[in-house]
Design a binder for this molecule. Structure first.
Ligand code: PLP
Length: 392
């Protein structure tokens, strides 16, 4: 029998992420009546806190569900079978959301994009201008594509809609940017934001949310498509809980602590920390691939690099699965795998949530060690480059 490696696991998956001890301790308490005034006060404080993170004054709904649930909530409330939506291709997660929409009977048009370079927003503007009949009911976006480590410029997308005077709703998945990178739901004119618990909020998986604009609420009221658990009107009818079924009180205990931690650090400081750690990770990857033979940054658009996750393309003839196996089996370092067509060809370093410099350096140094063990070629100096970046 293989002994498990000793010591603390270094967890660098891009979700779920490390759950801080403070959050675990906050959840380690007896259950509470979910209809009590005491719980209601906690729930309302959590709603207000999440709205501050999303920078929205609009309506928030929360679900006992993964991010897929909140994706479905957005689609089920807004669209009927036969409606058309336009999704901007980013990678595996835009494809997955599109697949869900198709399975719900929604017609999905895709603005195709090279996963390494990202979508050309001028093509979106052209497409919207050509849609004179306004057949496109919504533009769907993934703010931070977790599979590729690339960010979409949401303000540019909003501008394209405004300049075309197109009434389509703007939906955005912020699952892997929430509480890691700045997100301004109201200022950017986002109609529906989809978020989840297990990344920047540093919570267990299983709670998700949608921020919904007044315009989107109006659209949902007119939508006749059948739905129940996700039904925003039904949720309004369950006020003051605004929750269908038994509220997961322990998730809210954790969320209350998470919001306290984010606000103690300050959101701007949280985003700056993620930017620092993201840049250091990229410095390491650039050094590993400096000779052209080692791993490379997957994202080739320097103005769209994600500060919460870095996808790394393996050198020809090597497998990211072998590397990840060496990392976890021998050194207790968990890295994310490549998704969809990138399976085996890329790995991902998550640098979101509860993470600091020593944790990241431990991850980068151990990734080098695992590359040596797994026979992956790389140029030296990655960890030094990360240190330089962090010290700068
Ligand atoms: N969207 C993005 C950008 C994600 O990264 C993920 C999961 O990693 C999802 C959606 C799906 O969320 P979940 O796995 O919680 O259903």
């Amino acid at each position: 029998m293989n002994a498990k490696p000793r010591g603390r696991q270094f967890f660098n998956n891009p979700g779920p992420t490390n759950i801080p001890d403070r959050i675990l301790r906050a959840m380690d308490r007896p259950v509470m009546d979910f209809m009590s005034d005491e719980f209601l006060a906690i729930q309302h404080a959590c709603h207000a806190g999440v709205k501050r993170v999303l920078k929205t004054d609009q309506t928030l709904y929360m679900y006992s569900a993964t991010g897929h649930g909140a994706w479905e909530a957005a689609l089920a409330n807004l669209f009927s079978a036969g409606d058309t939506v336009l999704i901007i291709e980013t990678g595996y997660f835009s494809q997955s959301w599109a697949e869900m929409a198709t399975n719900l009977g929604i017609k999905v048009e895709t603005l195709a994009a090279d996963w390494r370079k990202g979508a050309d927003i001028s093509q979106l503007a052209d497409r919207l201008a050509r849609d004179k009949a306004h057949a496109i009911k919504a533009v769907l976006t993934v703010h931070n594509e977790t599979a590729t480590g690339m960010v979409l410029p949401l303000p540019d997308i909003r501008r394209a809609l405004d300049e075309a005077k197109h009434p389509a709703l703007l939906l955005s998945d912020t699952i892997s940017s929430l509480a890691s990178m700045d997100y301004k739901m109201d200022a950017w004119g986002i109609d529906v934001t989809v978020g989840g618990s297990q990344k920047g909020l540093m919570l267990p998986t299983g709670m998700s949310l949608t921020g919904v604009s007044a315009k989107a609420i109006e659209v949902s009221r007119k939508n006749k498509a059948p739905r129940h658990y996700w039904n925003w009107e039904l949720m309004n009818g369950r006020a003051p809980q605004k929750f269908i079924g038994t509220a997961p009180v322990h998730m809210f205990f954790g969320l209350q602590e998470s919001l306290k931690m984010l606000e103690e650090e300050g959101l701007d400081a949280v985003f700056a920390r993620h930017a620092r750690l993201g840049e250091a990770t990229r410095a390491a990857v650039r050094a590993w691939g400096a000779d052209g033979k080692g791993p490379q940054l997957f994202c080739q658009s320097s103005d769209r690099l994600s500060n919460s996750v870095t996808a790394v393309l393996m050198p020809e003839g090597t497998s990211s699965d072998g590397l990840r196996k060496a990392a976890i089996d021998r050194y207790n370092l968990s890295l994310g795998g490549g998704l969809g067509p990138l399976m085996g060809k890329a790995f991902r370093i998550g640098h979101m949530g509860d993470l600091n410099e020593p944790m990241l350096l431990g991850c980068l140094a151990t990734t080098e060690l695992a590359m040596k063990t797994a026979g992956v070629p790389f140029a030296p100096g990655g960890v030094d480059a990360a240190i330089e970046s962090l010290a700068g």
